[in-house]
Ligand binder design. Structure first.
Ligand code: UDP
Length: 430
């Protein structure tokens, strides 16, 4: 009988906001389901275990956001290969970080029971290193072959580095990624289609009442309103894309319209936050109505802003899209990280949950928003379509399945186990 809590490490990296958000959601779900039976630690594995300059990946990702064509080339570069291990990129990366990863895992893995990777550049090197440690003379424990689980945090398209057939379980968020995993040689029995794990504020897809929504709008510093008019603008964790230009265009359009409210979440993009805070909107007053945009930096209550809003304008980040589906928020996508986020556009548009207008033309983005605000039934229809894609139970379901299969743990909370994994939870394939 296991007395000590099972030691679980979740490996992520701050390349964008999505990997950390998924790691946090799994940590919360594991603690909710298993309480003191588990001890969960989050590790920015790229920073902690990889040598310089690989350890600078979070900063590099920020910079690459400004050079989409370079990113696209890097993303495409290896896609022709069958597996990530076959690629020159991977071989170079492994030979370069091997020693450092071995050193890290030699200590870290000793007392571990489970490793979860939510980042495509991590699980291959971890599996490689664990195999080497368990065979090598330096093995300090009989079997270092710890279970390694991958949770894919992309939505509509995924780089081949996500798929290592050797991992013990592979969780995917959509049909598209399920098919990609099969194409990349992941054994079917290991693949689980459960949705994207999101933070606790997104574990229920039940809509709030109009009264609750108005109360929340007031709490957040918005004007409570009955008609759909609150536009939420985001650019992922880093505030990518032409946030400033789009915010200005939408603001000017709302001023022309004479109604509407704008919330801009700039994430870690301090430059845009400052520029928008200092902008003089002309004219701010329209009769009795005063245009007062809410300009925010990195916020931790995105779920509340999404609940209070009527539509979302964002780059095609998987996290933001999956979150807005749960909140029934129509999405106007305006940019994407080349390669990696292209499939997210069709995921939204083909399901009737939003549209795509490039932020290279901020005025067209603003015109689309004006069109939406003037047509509440169309917004309502997109909102219904969005809710159909919602998978609020993902974090809990992924946690339950992996602990059940790999750690032989029973859920502590009977009522959660009894089926509150979200009413819209659908396991479309399995
Ligand atoms: N996010 C947040 N606070 C902010 C901005 C973004 O918590 O101020 C979250 C957002 O809700 C989402 C994630 O960061 O969960 C962004 O993930 P996404 O996949 O959309 O884009 P990425 O930043 O990973 O490129």
């Amino acid at each position: 009988v296991h007395q000590r809590p099972r030691q679980i490490q979740i490996y992520f990296s701050d390349t964008g906001g999505g990997h950390r958000a998924s790691a946090l959601s799994l940590e919360a779900a594991l603690k909710k389901l298993y309480g003191s039976q588990v001890s969960v630690t989050l590790v920015d594995f790229i920073r902690q275990a990889m040598p310089w300059p690989l350890s600078q990946a979070p900063e590099t990702y920020q910079t690459l956001g400004h050079f989409p064509s370079v990113y696209k080339r890097a993303w495409d570069y290896d896609q022709e290969s069958e597996t990530w291990r076959d690629t020159t990129s991977y071989k170079m990366m492994w030979s370069y970080c091997r020693e450092s990863v071995l050193t890290y895992l030699q200590d870290a893995a000793l007392d571990l029971d489970l490793i979860i990777s939510v980042h495509p550049l991590i699980h291959h090197v971890v599996i490689e290193a664990l195999e080497e440690l368990s065979q090598g003379a330096e093995a300090t424990r009989e079997d270092l072959r710890l279970p390694v689980v991958t949770v894919v945090t992309d939505l509509g398209s995924a780089h081949l580095s996500w798929f290592d057939p050797r991992c013990d379980m592979l969780f995917v968020p959509s049909q598209e990624i399920y098919q990609a995993a099969i194409r990349r040689g992941a054994p079917k029995r290991k693949i689980h289609l459960c949705g994207l794990p999101l933070r606790e504020g997104f574990w229920s897809a039940d809509p709030v009442t109009p009264e609750q929504k108005r109360r929340l709008q007031e709490q957040l510093g918005l004007r409570p309103t009955e008609r759909p008019e609150v536009v939420l603008l985001m650019g992922g964790g880093e505030g990518f894309g032409k946030l400033l230009d789009v915010a200005c265009a939408i603001g000017d359009t709302l001023i022309g319209l004479g109604y509407g409210q704008l919330v801009v979440v700039c994430g870690r993009n301090e430059e845009v936050r400052k520029a928008l805070s200092e902008r003089r909107w002309m004219p701010r007053r329209f009769g009795e109505w005063l245009f007062e945009p809410l300009i925010l930096g990195f916020v931790t209550n995105v779920d509340q802003y999404m609940t209070a809003a009527d539509c979302l304008v964002t780059k095609a980040g998987p996290g933001s899209i999956a979150e807005s589906m749960i909140k029934g928020l129509p999405c106007l996508l305006t940019a994407f990280v080349p390669g990696q986020e292209e499939g997210n556009i069709s995921y939204v548009t083909e399901n009737g949950a939003g549209a795509y207008v490039s932020d290279q033309e901020p005025d067209l983005v603003a015109a689309k928003i004006e069109e939406w605000l003037k047509d509440p039934p169309a917004l309502e229809k997109m909102s219904e379509n969005a809710r159909r894609l919602a998978q609020p139970g993902a974090a809990l379901e992924i946690s339950r399945r992996m602990c059940d299969s790999l750690l032989d743990l029973g859920v502590e909370l009977a009522e959660v186990h009894a089926g509150s994994f979200g009413t819209t939870w659908r396991d479309q394939l399995l």
